[in-house]
Design a protein around this ligand. Sequence first.
Ligand code: ADP
Ligand code: MG
Ligand code: MG
Length: 889
Amino acid sequence: MPRFVYDFAEGDKDQKDLLGGKGANLAEMTNLGLPVPPGFIITTEACRAYLADGAEPDGMAAEVTEHLATLETAMGRRLGDPDDPLLVSVRSGAKFSMPGMMETVLNVGLNDASVHALAARAGDDRFAWDSYRRLVQMFGATVLGIESEHFSDAVEAAKKAKGTRNDLDLDAGDFERLVETFKGIVREHAGRDFPQDPREQLDLAVHAVFDSWNSPRANLYRRQERIPTDLGTAVSIVSMVFGNLGMDSGTGVAFTRDPASGARGVYGDYLQNAQGEDVVAGIRNTLPLTDLEQLDKTSYDQLMDIMTTLENHYRDLCDIEFTIERGKLWMLQTRVGKRTAAAAFTIATQLVDEGMIDLDEALRRVTGAQLANLMFPRFDRDAEKKLLTTGMNASPGAAVGAAVFDSATAVARARSGERVVLVRRETNPDDLDGMIAATGVLTSRGGRTSHAAVVARGMGKTAVCGADELEVDVAAKRFTTSDGVEVAEGEVISIDGTNGEVYLGEVPVVASPVVSWFEGTLHEGTGDDLVDAVARIMRHADETRRLNVRVNADTADDSGRARRFGAEGIGLCRTEHMFLGDRRELVERLVLAESRDEREKSLAALLPLQMEDFTAIFREMEGLPVTIRLLDPPLHEFLPDLTELSVEVALARERGEVDQEREDLLVAVRRLHEQNPMLGLRGVRLGIAVPGLFAMQVRAITRSAAELAAQGVSVHPEIMVPLVGTVQELQAVAAEIAEVVAEPESHVNGAPVPHQVGTMIELPRAAIVAAQIAESAEFFSFGTNDLTQTTWGFSRDDVESSFFSEYLEQGIFGVSPFESLDVEGVGHLVELGAREGRRTRPDLKLGICGEHGGDPDSVHFFHRVGLDYVSCSPFRVPVARLEAGRAAV
Ligand code: ADP
Ligand code: MG
Ligand code: MG
């Protein structure tokens, strides 16, 4: 039979699963000998059983009785004793901190009798009645589910009657009357009396905390933070200490260092004569923690000592809650504190310098997501800003533009060169054009998994979502803030997708110093602490990682930037854009060619152009491998739109003008039109169906490489065949490649220019028969974008904006499989392909070149399954380096 209750002295900080974060850390502090009010913890296991069965598990009540008795003995008082009551708080606390999401009830044990004893003991009537009215208020709201406004309205009325706005002006009599009023509110709205039995109060409060795990706001928070829904909360029962016993008492919160910058110092707030949440609720102005030194030097010094103890013990920034009861300091909570991305890096290196952690641990404490966050351009911190509201930071970045309220206007204004921010209540698939046209998206509803957020993140577009204080009036083309500020269509706003802030007017944008450092325009050791910290940790990541990091790039510019960002080669150079623009006409002719001769002519015209492209890239990536993928997309993508061309030809015919070229083109476009282009004539199929096409591309690769090699430039081309499903396809192309390589122009110093031939693994079949395919491939590159599409049977372009947000909302996906690799399904195929391939060819080089190459979780997976490199977009290269390092420590 499991145990459901643990004394503080029985737990430690590593038992967050069972005791919740708050309980585990209270136990840890108790065992460190810090002044924690005694108490015990009911486990998350009890909560899960309660939520499953709707009742306490067998044995829990007896264990509570037993631990309560021990607590009563230790404190020398009994819970709610009419002559000398023990009071307790009943506090929620899950494995992952969910600030403010669940419930806590203070002062449990007060009733009509014990309130008098409390008053006598403290020698303070006002305090006792204030504590009692707080209990009825909190109990009424959280346990009995009464709207909290009923209570706060009554408090306001009492203050008004007294002619004051300050709760300190209310006296014992006022609070005693408030207790009566509150009891009336309970009777009216809950249909029962406020329970006088202390144990009944305790049990009901415990159940309410259990139930608060499933409150709508807790559910929403978990979805957004990707916290599992089945963990449950623990409940800590803590003897009350009182910060509301006069001006020599108070309550406060503190950080062991600045959570925004990591700077050491005294950070916190303190409020005299106050209890619990008064500090954060902002009922009175708090004092800076430094003022406590004047007010109560003994407690202040002790607090500073304790903070040092905690930092040394947790070896990290901690935040704490404390209370001073008549000059005696009590610790009520601690945890490793949340921090900004910048502070994560600076704190980690500070702790290294202080000898508290080593560089491996520093690397573990920062994340690729934090680094990515630091790489976005940002609003100038020193610029003057007018804050309109704050929403959810749904997709990072800084966007400035004219507010527009519908997609058509967004598209129209963007077309005329204006920057716009699309403002909607929420978006739906019809808004896609507008989202693409806008520099940023702002919505008043929905969170980080809403349509707007998912699509914006997919497009790398700045978005702030769920700014619910905004009244968006699409019909009137304006929005209104809660302070009544109106913003009409065309007025410029600035939105910060990194912190969720929305400003009126144009806020100047500055480049990230971290990017400037990567670019080499800002140097380490020149006074920017963040840059120094990032540089040190990146260096350690590079020394630690086993995975190489390459880039997906198909221009010399992108290649150069990626190289500065640390790319160790190109993992995917797509060739399709090289067929667009002015070259479209040549491609059209190639497709339309009726004779071998005509085809050869267009190919010959394309050859020198392709050679130029490759020469520029090879030069930029001198000394590093460059993987070039032969043409992949369906041919019709290079031809005019079928509908538009049909209309054009029909109109011409009506006018009696027959243009044979357009007519032929229409026939070809029709012939090549596919219902399902993603599953149609593309990749290696195209290479086989259009003779000479791949040969031309290979010729361009080997000839430009041979020319450069002859000039002494070190080139390492890798020719990659896309969409292979069977080894026969690869053999056919390999034979064609061998012929080209045999041509004298592909030679340098009398031998073929060094190169490799490999394939993409992007069809489930290819992963399954990888052992056969490896007979003809010197390397594999897992194309996880297509592999995800072909494994799931959905096309990214079609589904991301349609049902994905619904799937995320309902929890069918925790995260989009295009964002983070579906390890169970697609990952299984990657693992299989890697294993099978190496069975045939032990030195087979393995890489991945989908978007997943820059996704932190996916990088850890690729490390685990033994790939040689990941390849991702230029801006993700630093993220992949960092995560590859983290995967290896
Ligand atoms: P949350 O998780 O929302 O911070 P807590 O359980 O920490 O909720 O409690 C809410 C407030 O009540 C905090 O300010 C806390 O310090 C205070 N509090 C909790 N238990 C006690 C206690 N036993 N004595 C005095 N204050 C308490
Ligand atoms: Mg707390
Ligand atoms: Mg592909």
